[in-house]
Design a binder for this molecule. Sequence first.
Ligand code: HEM
Ligand code: HEM
Length: 193
Amino acid sequence: MKLRSDVNHWGAIAKSFHWIVALAILGNGVFGLCMDLASNPMQKINWLALHKSIGLTVLALMLLRLAWRWPDGRPREEPAPRWQLVAARATHVVLYLLALALPLSGWWYNSVTGKPLQWFKLFNLPGLAAKNDALRHFSHAVHEYLFWFLVLVLVAHVGAALKHHVFDGDDVLRRMLPFGRLRNDKTQAGERS
Ligand code: HEM
Ligand code: HEM
């Protein structure tokens, strides 16, 4: 598997960013929702610290991913009606924005509550804003609803990927899967011969 993307394939780096970030966002979101299951306040503090550290890691990975996206490019789009191409591009832009906004909103919420912030107990990070009790509920709601909005957009994103795979029979999903083989891969056929 090549590191860089080309006209037919997503490269290994783009695929790794996609799947690591997808798993981390969804896992951390479910973790965030389950935080109240902690059996005692100390456990909740530890879980929260882990949640914040994973979230900050997502933010760093997203910045690296965007820095890589521009020089790397992307495979050519499969032929589709224009509205579908526009919808796919818009969905991808919204997903990029949400993957950045979610950890930033968590960081903002943490800041207005005046809580400290560490990355895996290794170093401290400053607040994004001053402590402000008036913004406590609002910033918490922004953080939580951004997650539910992401879930909604994801339903469309996954639905579109499955539609390509099952109904259109093209390579849109296969070329993003970690070890997916394309149905008609001239490059791989050429490499084998
Ligand atoms: C939180 C979870 C996810 C996020 C944030 C996310 C985000 C993205 C983004 C931003 C792109 C565009 C990549 C680019 O143009 O640079 C993309 C592509 C893609 N995603 Fe996801 N994704 C997620 C989960 C999934 C899942 C679960 C599937 C599988 C069904 C999936 C399948 C795909 C496919 C097939 C592409 C390539 C589309 C193409 O080649 O045009 N994604 N994803
Ligand atoms: C991938 C990134 C993240 C996702 C998907 C995510 C998602 C969530 C979700 C779904 C909740 C539960 C909301 C509720 O019902 O109370 C939550 C809570 C929370 N998150 Fe995040 N979060 C992320 C990153 C962050 C970051 C980076 C921080 C701080 C720097 C943070 C701080 C918090 C805090 C303080 C809570 C409240 C927990 C509580 O009091 O019960 N999150 N998060």
